[in-house]
Design a protein around this ligand. Structure first.
Ligand code: KG4
Ligand code: ZN
Length: 333
């Protein structure tokens, strides 16, 4: 079965064709980063308009790369949430139209489930039970998956998502937008022990909080400036990154231990972070855990992960009615 996957929940218009939930025949993305750069963040109205403009040319490109026509598609999978309502609606309307016109099965996909399924594209179906750690621009979440498509949220962020914190601190340090990748790059040259930034303690042990850390970075820099001293920016980047990653790794490993699972699957744009990948790989190995990590291009938003998650739901006989709308706050359950 060849599934067309459509993803427009934030600032990437992404369309892919995936065969049998595994073979990525095409995975095309029209990034809007340049449009939002000057605003220092994603502007919802700008994103919706760009999705609309990008959609048809991108669909053509995706089919061309897959070497097929629309007539050879067997199903349509579209992100229905969570995300920006106007952005989601563009992909949903397009997906519904295609399904209706071509008389194809249609499935609405939760973006977060898509991030988990990015692993399936590279490693095949994930054996349950497992723990998934989702870290993106909009989410930081630890999830227990006792059986296929069943999700128990163990904890999540109480304030900023990890990617959001990376972007805000990067912006403060003058690294541009989105700042996560730039901060990661710079941190490689820095000393992670230069400044001991706080590691937040949360009431529920698998929740996360990053607003205090973010404020600590700003306070540190301002206090130093006042005294004429200055920690090199690469050391600030490395120290901030270390504080974020250390907590994430400890909580993920503890969650896996507490749930008694043998597999941990990662997903979301922040999984592209080199320090997180390395530290988690080390800790998982010493704990005897199997760690699934998508390649960086499948960590960030893409259509293939949506096609993949949609494929497995379609195979279970699930269908989404064509009157479905966008769910900006869609929960994973
Ligand atoms: O999953 P994603 O593409 O979009 C959302 O669903 O949010 O994640 C984007 C986020 C951005 O905040 C970006 O700065 C962050 O992922 N990111 C990184 C890295 N690459 C992307 N954060 C830290 N280190 C990276 N290497
Ligand atoms: Zn995402």
């Amino acid at each position: 079965m060849r599934v067309l996957g459509i993803e427009t929940s934030c600032d990437e218009t992404a369309i892919a064709v995936v065969e049998d939930g595994r073979a990525v025949l095409s995975n095309t993305i029209a990034s809007q980063v340049h449009l939002h750069e000057r605003f220092g963040g994603v502007v919802p109205e700008v994103a919706s308009r760009a999705h609309l403009e990008n959609f048809n040319p991108l669909l053509e490109l995706s089919l061309k790369e897959a070497g097929m026509t629309l007539g050879e598609i067997d199903g349509v999978a579209v992100t229905v949430g969570p995300g920006l309502v106007g952005a989601l609606l563009v992909g949903i309307a397009a997906g519904k139209s295609l399904a209706l016109a071509l008389d194809l099965p249609f499935i609405g996909v939760n973006h977060l489930e898509g991030h988990i399924f990015a692993n399936v594209l590279e490693s095949g179906p994930i054996e349950e039970p497992y723990v998934a750690f989702l870290v993106s621009g909009g989410h930081t979440m630890l999830v227990h998956v006792p059986q296929a498509h069943a999700y128990e949220i163990l904890g999540q962020t109480l304030d900023d998502a990890a990617g959001e914190a990376f972007d805000k601190v990067a912006r403060f340090l003058g690294l541009g937008f989105p700042g996560g990748p730039a901060l990661d790059e710079l941190a490689r040259k820095g000393d992670p022990n230069a400044v001991r930034f706080p590691r937040a303690v949360t009431q529920r042990r698998f929740d996360f909080s990053l607003s205090g850390l973010k404020t600590a970075v700003v306070r540190h820099v301002k206090a130093e400036r006042a005294t004429g001293r200055e920690t090199p920016v690469q050391d600030l980047a490395a120290s901030f990154q270390e504080a974020v990653v250390e907590v994430q790794v400890e909580k993920t490993i503890s969650a896996a231990r507490e749930m008694g699972v043998h597999t941990v699957a990662l997903g979301g744009g922040v999984v592209a972070n080199s320090r997180l990948r390395r530290l988690l790989a080390e800790r998982a190995a010493s704990e005897g855990l199997r760690l699934l990590v998508p390649s960086p291009e499948l960590c960030t938003d893409n259509g293939a992960m949506i096609a993949c998650a949609g494929h497995f739901r379609l195979m279970r006989g699930e269908r989404t009615l064509l009157d479905v709308g966008a769910s900006p706050g869609l929960a994973l359950n």
